[in-house]
Design a protein around this ligand. Structure first.
Ligand code: ZN
Length: 310
């Protein structure tokens, strides 16, 4: 995933991407699909309005494999229903304006999700699109004030899944190992997150089946330390960083340490996704997930979804 917000903050990188294409300018092989995040979370929280023509020009030249509409307006859980509906009106205006050329429409986990679904279905061109993206889960998972109960969030995701059964559903902002399990169990086709990089910047690493752990104290950031079992798990990590430098590489400071932890975290997420997909294919997930997953805060939810939805 590449964020348009990051490119907005790095004009030289953006220019290179427009000149040579995202794949070439970032050194990413063509077989790796590049999903573009429109940066709505960044722009919304700062009240910045994206110039849609600039975004259109960017995507036509930089050629990401997947692109959402130029901007969506993310409702926060603490907003009134009326304010959430105002976000819907603004987002649907952009969805309707970009019903063409492969732009993926965006809808939000919110108290007005059913209105989003009806609005998409009311536009035959939007209704016939092969993809749809579901956003606004981050403020809910971060438990911002007045976040919806977990059960309501699951119901929202389930409603979106069943309403758009024929479409590929992408969930923005899912990058923890446990939430990856939830996304897969709820039938999401793809997810993205910059969480693996944000964690790396705070000295945190991810482990298979566990929450994040601190390997180094950076500034005022603190996190749960590794216990003996987790340390053992980490010593067996097969990511390129751990293979080359062991845990020492993850504890490095500066840019090298950040890159090492980000690489390890992304590797861990991809391995976790493989672990889930393989067991879901073999129909062994139900027997094995309990042993694999630590007691994460999402464990009760995962139990609930396994029990009721799969
Ligand atoms: Zn590793």
């Amino acid at each position: 995933m590449v964020s348009y917000a990051d490119l907005y903050l790095m004009p030289a990188v953006k220019r290179r991407a427009m000149a040579a294409g995202l794949h070439r300018s970032l050194g990413i092989p063509k077989r790796v699909k590049i999903y573009l995040d429109n940066g709505a979370f960044y722009f919304s929280s700062r009240g910045i309005i994206v110039n849609p023509k600039e975004y259109e020009e960017f995507v036509s030249l930089a050629k990401p494999d997947w692109k959402p509409i130029p901007q969506d307006f993310i409702p926060s859980p603490k907003m009134s229903v009326r304010a959430q509906r105002h976000c819907l009106t603004k987002t649907m205006f952009v969805n309707n304006a970009y019903e063409h050329d492969g732009f993926v429409p965006v809808i939000h986990v919110s108290k007005v999700l059913d209105e989003y679904i009806n609005s998409i279905k009311a536009n035959t061109r939007l209704a016939s699109k092969p993809d749809i993206a579901l956003g606004a889960i981050v403020p809910q998972l971060l438990r911002m004030p007045k976040a919806q109960p977990y059960q309501d969030i699951l119901n929202n995701i389930r409603e979106a899944r069943s309403s758009f059964a024929d479409k590929k559903l992408h969930l923005f902002g899912v990058g923890g190992t446990a939430t990856l399990h939830l996304a897969s169990l709820m039938g999401m086709d793809s997810v993205d997150s910059s969480g693996y990089r944000n964690r790396a910047a705070r000295g945190l690493i991810q482990l298979p089946g566990s929450g994040e752990r601190a390997v180094i104290e950076l500034g005022s950031w603190r996190g749960r330390k590794l216990n003996a079992a987790e340390l053992k798990k980490l010593r067996n990590c097969s990511c390129p960083v751990c293979q080359l430098n062991g845990i020492k590489g993850l504890k490095s400071r500066g840019l090298v340490g950040f890159c090492n932890r980000a690489t390890h975290n992304l590797w861990t997420l991809l391995e976790e996704a493989d672990w889930i997909q393989k067991r879901r294919r073999d129909k062994t997930y139900k027997d094995e997930y309990a042993r694999h997953l630590d007691n994460t805060i999402y464990r009760r939810l995962i139990d609930h979804v396994v029990e009721n939805f799969i």
